[in-house]
Design a protein around this ligand. Structure first.
Ligand code: MRU
Length: 415
C-alpha cells in the first residue's frame, strides 16, 4: 500500500501523472494515454526523476496496449509495434538509465512471450499484450518496495556511523538525542546518541518515484526511526526541484527542514556541522556506472567535494534499476543539456501586496538578459573516490581492493 504523495496514479487502462511544473501551488493530474503524451510529459519535466520517468514510459505503452491502439492481429506486427514505441520513448531524456533498463526488460519479456506462445493470430496478440502490461505494472510495484528497502538500509548505515556520546545530555535539548543499544548488540545496555542532520539535493522523493523515494526515502526513514534532527535541502538551480518539490514534500510530511540555495552548502557545513551534527549529504542517482561514478543532478559533484573537505559522509541512494554495468566510467555518460531559458526565465505564482500567494495566477518572468550565452548541463558526474557509500535495495555496495565499487555481490545476474 503506497502512502503519501503520488506522482503517478495508475489502474489498468488509465494512467494519470501529477504535473510537477504546477507544484507546489497546484495539484493537477494529467491523463497520459499514449506514448506521445508520455514523451512530452517526460521531456517537459512534468514528470521527472529517474525511476518515475521509466515507470511513466512503461505504463503509457501498457495503457495503449490495453486499449489495443496497436491494431495488430499477428504477433510479429505487435512485437514490431511495441519495439518501435519503446525506441521512441527511449529518446525522451538521455541521462537516467532506469528508462533504458526498463525498456530492455520490456523488450525481453515481449520477445519471450512471442517466442513461447503456442497460440496464433488474435489470441497470441492478447497473450503478448497481457505479458507486457503485467511487466510494466511490476516495474511500478517493485519500485515502491525497493524504495522502502533503500530507506531502511540507508538509515541503518548512517546510524552505524554515529558514536555514542559520553557527556551527559543537556536536559533542555533532550529532543536532539535518542537512546538505543549500539548496532549489532541487541540486549546490551542502551547508549545515547545525538540525532543527525543531513543535506539533500534535487528531488528524490515520492515525486521522483512510485512513492517514498530514494535519498529522500532515507530521510523519511531516519525521521520515522527518530534518528533525524534536521533535513536541509538545496534549491537546486536552475529547475528548482529542491525548492519546488523537496521542500514541499518535507513540509507535507512534517519533517523538520530548512531550504538553502545551492551556494550556501559550504557555509552550512562550516558553520552548522557541529551544532546540528550534520553527518551526511544524501543524493539520488540518474546513472551509476560500473566503477561507482555517479551521474546526478547538476551540483551534486560540488556537494561531494564540499562534503569531503568537511569530513561529512557522501551517500548515494540508488535502486539497482539506476545501475549501468555496461558503462565502465563516468566519462562515458551522456549528459543532457537543456534550454537556456531554464536559467534566464523563471515561473512562479504571483504574491499579492498582502503577502498571499495567488496559486491560480502564475507568471513567467525574465531573470537575466535574454541575449546572454548560457551553458545548462542538467547533470554532473561525481567520481567514485568522493562517494562514501552507495545504498541499494539490496544493501550497501562493498568496495573492491582497487577502491571502486563492486556490484558483483549485489547483482551477480547482471555482472
Ligand atoms: O532532471 P531531473 O529532475 O529528472 O533530475 C532528477 C535527479 O537528478 C534525481 O536525483 C535522480 O533522478 C534520482 S530520483 C530518485
Amino acid at each position: 500500500m503506497m502512502e503519501g504523495l503520488q506522482a503517478i496514479k495508475y489502474e489498468r487502462g488509465k494512467l494519470q501523472v501529477l504535473d510537477q511544473l504546477s507544484l507546489p501551488h497546484e495539484f493537477v493530474y494529467d491523463d497520459v494515454s499514449t506514448c506521445e503524451e508520455a514523451f512530452d510529459c517526460i521531456k517537459t519535466m512534468r514528470v521527472r526523476g529517474a525511476p518515475a520517468i521509466a515507470i511513466v514510459a512503461a505504463l503509457a505503452l501498457a495503457v495503449e496496449l490495453e486499449h489495443k491502439k496497436d491494431g495488430a492481429n499477428e504477433k510479429q506486427d505487435l512485437v514490431k509495434y511495441i519495439t518501435s514505441r519503446l525506441d521512441y520513448l527511449f529518446n525522451s531524456r538521455p541521462t537516467a538509465v532506469d528508462l533504458s533498463n526498463s525498456i530492455n526488460l520490456l523488450k525481453k519479456q515481449t520477445q519471450a512471450a512471442a517466442s513461447f506462445t503456442t497460440k496464433t493470430g488474435d489470441s497470441a496478440c492478447a497473450e503478448i499484450r497481457g505479458v507486457f502490461i503485467k511487466t510494466a505494472e511490476k516495474i511500478l510495484e517493485d519500485d515502491y518496495t525497493t524504495n522502502l528497502a533503500i530507506g531502511r538500509y540507508g538509515a541503518e548505515y548512517l546510524r552505524r556511523q554515529q558514536m555514542p556520546i559520553v557527556t551527559p545530555v543537556d536536559e533542555n535539548e533532550e529532543l536532539r538525542y535518542y537512546t538505543t543499544s549500539p548496532p549489532g548488540t541487541q540486549g546490551a545496555p542502551d547508549k545515547t546518541y545525538r540525532k543527525l542532520s543531513v543535506l539533500t539535493h534535487c528531488n528524490t522523493g515520492s515525486l521522483a518515484t512510485s512513492g517514498h523515494g530514494t535519498a529522500l526515502g532515507i530521510i523519511r526513514s531516519l525521521h520515522k526511526m527518530n534518528y533525524l534532527d534536521h533535513a536541509y535541502c538545496t534549491e537546486t538551480r536552475p529547475y528548482n526541484q529542491g525548492s519546488r518539490l523537496t521542500s514541499f514534500e518535507l513540509v507535507y510530511e512534517e519533517i523538520p527542514s530548512t531550504l538553502i540555495t545551492d551556494s550556501m552548502a559550504g557555509a552550512l557545513f562550516s558553520r552548522k556541522k557541529e551544532e546540528k551534527n550534520i553527518s551526511a549529504v544524501i543524493v539520488g542517482a540518474d546513472r551509476v556506472v560500473r566503477n561507482g561514478d555517479t551521474a546526478n543532478k547538476i551540483g551534486t559533484y560540488t556537494l561531494a567535494v564540499l562534503a569531503k573537505a568537511h569530513g561529512i559522509k557522501f551517500v548515494v541512494a540508488a535502486p539497482t534499476t539506476s545501475i549501468d554495468l555496461e558503462t565502465e566510467t563516468g566519462g562515458s555518460i551522456k549528459i543532457e543539456e537543456r534550454a537556456k531559458t531554464e536559467l534566464t526565465q523563471i515561473t512562479g505564482a504571483v504574491v499579492g501586496k498582502d503577502g498571499k500567494v495567488d496559486v491560480k495566477h502564475t507568471e513567467r518572468v525574465a531573470v537575466a538578459d535574454q541575449r546572454v550565452d548560457v551553458w545548462n548541463p542538467s547533470f554532473d558526474v561525481t567520481p567514485h573516490e568522493l562517494i562514501d557509500a552507495i545504498i541499494t535495495e539490496k544493501g550497501e555496495v562493498v568496495r573492491s581492493s582497487k577502491g571502486t565499487f563492486d556490484f558483483k555481490t549485489i547483482m551477480p545476474e547482471r555482472w
